[in-house]
Design a protein around this ligand. Structure first.
Ligand code: SF4
Length: 170
């Protein structure tokens, strides 16, 4: 689904200094689950391996007919939808809870944020999806450097740790 996205911040991956570019608030409305229906979620190889470790087979949750590219770079296949509910196969239709929440794919963990790495800089975007009531929710938290490092510090540090390897390959 095409979506507007706004640049919220950039993170210097060497220093973890965060520069905020636009003001936005966010609060996930628990159990809303609209993103589990509306989005097509890309799976990285690491996501597939983690979910397989839970005892699922890839054919149960990978939709090999839908793939994602950034430019000509293949990013991954999509997570399958339940053909009856059109929701993610891992969403419990009764409770609206994710069955693999702790091991969910990176894209689910980040949503509605999208991280795009350019060299030593991580650009942080927010998708302005009209179906997500959390974006600019009146009780939402202002997205600041502190917010990003608290919520996603482990992911940002993972990208940071790969930086050395990337530099060596050049
Ligand atoms: S659509 Fe937005 S508010 Fe609803 S569960 Fe997803 S991230 Fe949270």
């Amino acid at each position: 689904m095409a979506s507007d996205k706004r640049l919220v911040a950039t993170v210097n991956l060497r220093t973890l200094e965060v520069t905020i570019h636009s003001s936005v608030r966010f609060k996930c409305v628990e159990n809303c689950g609209r993103c589990c229906r509306e989005l097509e979620i890309p799976l990285r190889d690491e996501d597939i391996e983690r979910i397989e470790d839970l005892g699922y087979n890839a054919w149960e949750f990978v939709d090999y007919e839908k793939s994602f590219y950034r430019g000509d770079k293949f990013l991954g296949y999509a997570i399958k939808k339940n053909p009856v509910t059109d929701e993610c196969v891992f969403l419990d239709p009764e409770t609206k809870r994710c069955r693999i929440y702790r091991e969910r794919p990176l894209a689910c963990r980040l949503y509605p944020f999208v991280f795009v790495k350019h060299g030593e800089t991580m650009e942080v975007y927010i998708r302005m999806d009209p179906f997500c009531p959390g974006v600019n929710h009146p009780d939402g938290e202002e997205v600041t450097g502190e917010f990003l490092l608290r919520e996603y510090g482990d992911i940002i540090r993972e990208y940071q740790s790969k930086l050395g390897n990337v530099q060596k390959k050049r």
